[in-house]
Design a protein around this ligand. Sequence first.
Ligand SMILES: [Zn+2]
Length: 364
Amino acid sequence: MKFLLNRIKRINNTTFLFNCNKFHTSHKQDAIAPILWVIIKPISKLSSILIGRSIRKIINSPNNLHKKEALVNHFKLRKKLYLFGISSLGIGCYANYLSHIEETPITHRKRFILFNTEHFLEIEDIEKKDMLNLYKDKILPISNEKTQRTYQVAKRLFMANKTMPEVKDIDWKLTVIDADLVNAHAFPSGEVFVYSGLLDFVDNDDELAFVIAHEMAHAILQHTAETMSQLRLLDIFSIGLSFLFWGFLPADWSAILMESLSNQFHKYYYELPYSRKLEKEADLVGMQLAARACFDIRYSPQFWTKMKISSKEEIPEFLSTHPSNDTRALDLESLVPEALKIRQDCKCYELPKTIKQSKIILSN
Ligand SMILES: [Zn+2]
């Protein structure tokens, strides 16, 4: 593995490459690749439904009394064997689960993680190709003023944080797309896409820096790998539940109802809150990255207040993968004192007493 630090260069006339590394991630060989799971998951789900349904038919059919009796006798005779099998499977699954508990870099949070970034390169390539196809005439050249501005901000973030292995070990790339979207996006490999609508929306580079730093934080913390690991767990759990629903509930309609209820339960009580938790973590780490690069992080809550004012309609937080604009502004406000301390420790230039109020906020 070779490190070519500080070599910030162009890899073509639209993309900046900030670093040149191979991924430095531990190998997790025992996980079924996400792309393969796309095929295995529906087959497993369908099989568990069909097997469960066949068992129910045997149990419920009056014509199958002898089969039912044979089935009951079969389980009675081998009760200990089945109990042993189920307990061993449970212990094995739990041990496997524990062996995949890791700490997040920087925030040191314990999490279950099955994959690493390399598992997603194929999926990422497909998504990137789609994205580049969609915006093929909209990618701004490096010489463009907007690309240059974004590049200067991203470079400052990278240079100030490159001593951290988590930042150093990623091949950061930057592309700016001419689209009226107030957004940015980072792929797990470290390729960051910024939309020009964001550059038009921010009042200054401090706000822009926070948004880019937030996206960098997602890549540093391997949030995609973590989310996919959590979803894999949920998938396995859901395949097991399908077997129980279709095997032991009285009719098809009750199994369908329970399937639908359990899907909603997973979504609203687990998936969405988990996604919002990761967004908060990316905000926290993004603040730290921006503070180390001496940006005025006090503008980050203001950015989200502006987003709130500018959003015509915002879906309720509990239905969203992201915290509401209000929540983000408040959470970031609470992180400002700690981030200011980081700036101080990094011997950054002194900030003015107050920040400039945005025109959007003043005119509201
Ligand atoms: Zn995010």
